[in-house]
Design a protein around this ligand. Structure first.
Ligand code: HAM
Length: 426
């Protein structure tokens, strides 16, 4: 048995966890400005939710889910994505009946997919995503795209590419589906085993196949855009117009097929064009879904959303050399020597912390010099020194580590003194 973390998972240690916290705070603030509120759903759900929601013919459902039977004999799955759970919650809590629609949620949390791990592809990864449910106004499609792009831009990324497509409504999709079957059927035997099944179950998936990517029939495959009916065409035009008014640049790619079954109309992905980003260039993806709410037992309601992994976001930031805040050091390190002084140090450390100051102290019984060294290594702004002598005189020695300046401060005034020092006297 291995005692290492399972393949495709990672520990996020101090030095990196500050970057995560920073990014998470920025994303939450962005959502606040767009008026998306946080939703937290369970990490596991009934397997059926994803089978129905994400789609039986997708790689996620067929090959990538962490599914197990719980002790009560129920089939449970660790969530591979957030949309199905959000929609389940929306239906279960009858949120569709509330007066303020659309309902705009954001979420952040771990997702699980049994994929072949490589850079940017993990088995446990953290998705940040949003979902807007209850409106099919094309302006909200554009809002979601804008939020997605701005989440990268505001963190400092520049080399971004937005790719959009329309998958049309049910009628358009059926016409396209029939055209795809007509197109690929003569080549059926040349396609991979998975695609032969896809051709019957969900021919759109064939366009997304990694194995058959080079097959000549791929290039000449009928484009969905040729099969959009008037409503779908007009919908897509309006989305593009809204993007134009916001000066959002995009590329239309009729071959953009998403890896989940619930999409119709708008589908999009954001890619990194940064040099050295790696083989996987997709940073995030999303789109509109109309049948999902009904699939989960709710009334006919349209939604749109997107999701990104924080892992890929951090990779892109690194590829573009964007610096994020890391460990910020320490306000105060308490150096003490002698039993009585140690006791007073414990008391004052506690009081300083309760007064809002960040403090640490020695817990290894180190000598004075070694304690000073530790304070230095930790990047402490101030060192407070308390020995028997200071105790006797009722003072404490305060050293400013940047200037080297030292002063004696009365023990009973140390909290106020440090508060002043650390706020620059304000
Ligand atoms: P998705 O394209 O499957 O869509 O995943 C969205 C994003 O999650 C990807 O672009 C990528 O950033 C990240 N991601 C996916 N798999 C992995 C992995 N194995 N390792 C690291 N990152 C990964 C969805 O999940 C949809 N629920 C998005 C959505 C929301 N559509 C509508 N609303």
């Amino acid at each position: 048995m291995s005692m290492n973390a399972p393949r495709g998972t990672q520990d996020i240690l101090p030095g990196t966890s500050e970057k995560w916290q920073y990014v998470e705070e920025q994303l939450a603030d962005l959502c606040r400005r767009y008026h998306y509120k946080e939703i937290r759903t369970p990490i596991f759900e009934h397997t059926e939710l994803f089978q129905r929601g994400v789609g039986d013919s997708t790689d996620i459902v067929q090959k990538e889910m962490y599914t197990f039977e719980d002790r009560g004999g129920r089939s449970i799955t660790l969530r591979p994505e957030g949309t199905a759970s959000v929609v389940r919650s929306y239906v279960q809590n009858k949120v569709y009946g509330l007066p303020n629609q659309p309902t705009k949620y954001f979420y952040m949390g771990p997702m699980f997919r049994y994929e072949r791990p490589q850079q940017g592809r993990m088995r446990q990864f953290v998705q940040f995503g949003i979902e807007a449910l209850g409106s099919d106004d094309p302006a909200i499609d554009a809002e979601v795209l804008s939020l997605a792009l701005n989440s990268y831009r505001e963190l400092g990324l520049k080399s971004l590419k937005l790719v959009v497509n329309s998958l049309g409504d049910q009628e358009s999709r059926e016409a396209h589906r029939a055209a795809l079957v007509r197109h690929f059927d003569p080549h059926r035997e040349e396609l991979c085993a998975d695609c032969q099944v896809r051709l019957d179950q969900n021919p759109l998936r064939v366009l997304d196949c990694k194995k058959d990517r080079e097959h000549p029939a791929m290039e000449t495959a009928p484009s969905i855009l040729e099969y959009l009916n008037d409503y779908s065409k007009d919908y897509f035009e309006q989305v593009k117009q809204y993007l134009d008014v916001m000066d959002i640049e995009y590329v239309v790619d009729p071959n953009l097929v998403r890896g989940l079954d619930y999409y119709n109309h708008t589908a999009f992905e954001i890619m990194s064009e940064a040099e050295g980003f790696g083989a996987i260039t997709t940073l995030s993806g999303g789109g509109r879904y109309t049948g999902l709410v009904q699939e989960v037992g709710g009334p006919e309601t349209s939604g749109i959303g997107f999701a990104m992994s924080i892992e890929r976001l951090l990779m892109a930031l690194e590829a573009e050399n964007v610096e994020l805040p890391t460990d910020e050091g320490l306000d105060v390190f308490f150096v003490s020597l002698g039993d009585e002084a140690n006791r007073t140090a414990v008391k004052l450390t506690d009081e300083l912390r309760r007064a809002g100051i960040q403090v640490d102290k020695d817990y290894l019984g180190k000598k004075m010099k070694a304690q000073f060294k530790a304070a230095d290594r930790l990047g402490s702004k101030f060192v407070l020194v308390l020995g028997d002598q200071e105790l006797e005189n009722g003072v404490i020695n305060v050293k400013n580590m940047a200037s080297g300046e030292q002063q004696e401060v009365a023990l009973d005034g140390i909290i106020e003194h440090m508060q002043k020092e650390l706020t620059g006297g304000k």
